[in-house]
Design a protein around this ligand. Sequence first.
Ligand code: PLP
Length: 458
Amino acid sequence: MSSLRNHDIPALRQLDVAHHLPAQSSYALQQELGGSRIITHAKGCTVTDGEGHSLLDGMAGLWCVNVGYGRDELAEVAYRQMLELPYYNTFFRTATPPPVELAARLAGLLAKAHGGELQHIFFNSSGSESNDTVFRLVRTYWMLKGQGDRSVFISRHNAYHGSTVASASLGGMDFMHVQGGLPIPGIEHVMQPYPFGEGFGEDPEAFAARAAQAIEDRILAIGPEKIAAFIGEPVQGAGGVIIPPPGYWQKVEAICRKYGILLVADEVICGFGRLGSWFGFQHFGFTPDIVSMAKGLSSGYLPISATAVSREIVATLRASGEEFVHGYTYSGHPVCAAVALANLDILEREDLIGRTARDTGPYLAAAMAERLAPHPLVGEARSLGLIGAVEIVAEKGTNRRHGGGGKAGPIVRDHCIARGLMVRAIRDSIVMSPPLVITHAQIDQLVDTIAAALDDAG
Ligand code: PLP
């Protein structure tokens, strides 16, 4: 135990190999590297590892630490709530104050963003669980409406909706489907709205129409009366920061309305300011029937997620008199909900979302346009708010990739880390999603480090 308290890093790395299976990892590589990188401290936008290296966190952890690290007030709220009531469940007609207050607070935020339809909140602990809730809720809704045949979900290739069986099935990542024999039946994947990858050189409006048409074509091929819902991330995050062309979401919404299909926005990354708006659907101007939220809801300080549901869905459940037989021990965990409330206070008090829209988001976009887009290895440097991607290509002016099937991204990422910047590689791209408290000087550091890492790799 003393090694843990004293952060004896060599011992921890040995224990990591001997006993710890980290998430989404190659255990061969973990062993080959002699253990994971152990992060021991963090403050603001900087994380520190056990060897004392400081890294600018260009990913906000895993797209989640929106208010930055080291917020005393979040720790104090957790401490006070743990002393007052560390846990009680929300099963069987009980509740505790924090989740009820948080539900009302989220309903208020959604009313401002959306117009008052999304007034009911179901809590879970993770984005994956939220999307599992969506899966069961949507099928239950249609069953109660007497339209049980409406059971098919439409999602996009390369979408990421989580890692549980249902959420990974909703996701469109083939390499995830291979493990576990996914997707489960009743889930269809259509093309993603990826202008650089699938609409290169195409007029954006024509590409938006083509990507939306692919959805309608699939609906018609299956039979509109069999389609329960369409689910999508406003900007696909883990798929490589895929920013859809203007008009795409309006077209998707119109298709869903035309055939009476529920529209689900997976806001697990986009929600709580990432795009410079409270929610991604606000930025793109569409109105979903269900919204999944996680990550920025608590800025990652504690695990909590929320599924917002329309009045119509809840009215149907109420009218049926049926129980919704779904929920988790930690649905509406009081400490997590109390921390989420305090996190929302910070986002509002410091106007971090307005600042992203007006100041830091445009500053990042300008720096990327000036210092990354012209680089000979860069095919495209794009961003929206404080999320962005740099596409690495073999030939400037094209979207032609280097040989090696996606190795260029990890090479550049490793140079970034060696230079003190934590970013992530997704195939042949580098993606970024820093805390919303990032300063101009730190944005300069982020962009200049990626430029230098590209030089290293070139
Ligand atoms: N949905 C989206 C859009 C995500 O990006 C993620 C995680 O990255 C999830 C769902 C799954 O969330 P979690 O990892 O909390 O289960």
